[in-house]
Design a protein around this ligand. Structure first.
Ligand SMILES: Nc1nc2c(ncn2[C@@H]2O[C@H](COP(=O)(O)OP(=O)(O)O)[C@@H](O)[C@H]2O)c(=O)[nH]1
Ligand SMILES: [Mg+2]
Length: 331
């Protein structure tokens, strides 16, 4: 059954009135690639804009099995206990909304998903990484307008989606595990570059000592890699247990310290401004690339030119110039 179309006023009223059904539909609107929907979504966002930006935007990454889902359940419940309203979003470009995909395991978030103060939304499906990025960023704005003051954005700890999420949040948290031979030597450089906070999870049972060792290794690695004092924030490592709740309060205190620090020295405003500008350009880049690739004259010549570059019979420069000429901007 087709639901009646909502006007932009309906959306605004529903979002401001904390109507979950309308919030869900507003996000669906924002996620749509349909041209008419895009127009209405942009109109809606323009009206909501003054109510956005108020949340702690927190990115959470970690390899599968690190405990992200369990952590978000426990941390989300902890935050609600502190009086917060928590939205949980996900970025997983490979997600097909099947079982086992990110946030597909709602069973690990049974408590949280039943709370009025929580809103859990799975990753937008399909489309390019850039498309997923737009949808998630605009969803963050809609959730903020709906009064969620903490937005957790979960992503898998691999490659580009991690970088993408780090560029849409205020603080980037990486969940890691102790042991498994990854102390110092194997610490992923990406973690050191992106993380504001590393949380060594599963600090419970026989694992407590090992997590403390790993935490100290991460702290040392941060000091070597990013000498203290040159950035608005010196990254930190903590231990926690998503299972017992140990360390969640200290972690939140640290996130609040981070917030205070980057607010007082102006780094938060600057970070968000830079993020918006990069986001604008990434959308222009994507659209231009799409226009070039789908241009009839370009597609006509593309496979031939690519083959010549692959075999080395044409230089990359000559082929690039030929493509741009075909598109109409070359010399
Ligand atoms: N002992 C212990 N197990 C945990 C903890 N957090 C998660 N787990 C377990 O680790 C496994 C993977 O957790 P999950 O939340 O699905 O990880 P994800 O793949 O990162 O989302 C599950 O069996 C969890 O029960 C923790 O703090 N302590
Ligand atoms: Mg999970």
């Amino acid at each position: 059954m087709k639901r009646p179309r909502l006007t932009t006023d309906d959306y605004i009223e529903g979002i401001r009135g904390h109507d979950r059904a309308i919030l869900g539909r507003a996000i669906t609107l924002v996620e749509s690639n349909n041209a008419e929907h895009r127009v209405q979504a942009q109109e809606l966002l323009r009206f909501l804009l003054p109510d956005t930006g108020g949340a702690h935007r927190i990115g959470i990454s970690g390899v599968p099995g690190a405990g992200k889902s369990t952590f978000i359940e426990a941390f989300g419940m902890f935050l609600i206990g502190q009086g917060h309203r928590v939205a949980v979003l996900a970025v997983d470009p490979s997600s097909t909304r099947t079982k086992g995909s990110i946030l597909g395991d709602k069973t690990r978030m049974e408590q949280l998903s039943a709370m009025d103060e929580a809103f859990i939304r799975p990753s937008p499906t399909g489309g390019s990484l850039g498309g997923v990025g737009r949808k998630t960023r605009e969803t963050i704005m809609v959730c903020e307008a709906a009064g969620f003051d903490v937005v957790l954005v979960e992503t898998v700890g691999v490659g580009q989606s991690e970088t993408l999420v780090a560029d849409m949040v205020d603080v980037f948290l990486v969940l890691v595990l102790s042991g498994a031979g990854d102390e110092l030597q194997g610490i992923k450089r990406g973690i050191l570059e992106l993380a504001d906070i590393v949380a060594v999870n599963k600090a419970d049972g026989d694992n407590i000592n090992a997590t403390e060792v790993a935490r100290a290794e991460y702290e040392r690695a941060f000091q070597l890699f990013r000498p203290p004092g040159h950035a608005p924030w010196d990254p930190r490592a903590v231990v926690c247990s998503a299972l017992t709740g140990l360390g969640l309060d200290d972690l939140w205190t640290l996130i609040e310290d981070h917030r205070r620090m980057i607010t007082s020295n102006g780094a938060l405003d600057e970070k968000r401004s830079r993020q918006r500008l990069r986001w604008m350009w990434s959308m222009v880049d994507d659209a231009v690339m799409e226009a070039v690739r789908s241009h009839p004259e370009v597609s006509f010549r593309l496979s031939g030119l690519q083959a010549e570059v692959l075999t080395g019979t044409t230089t990359a420069t000559a082929a690039a110039e030929a493509i741009l000429r075909a598109f109409g901007i070359g010399r």
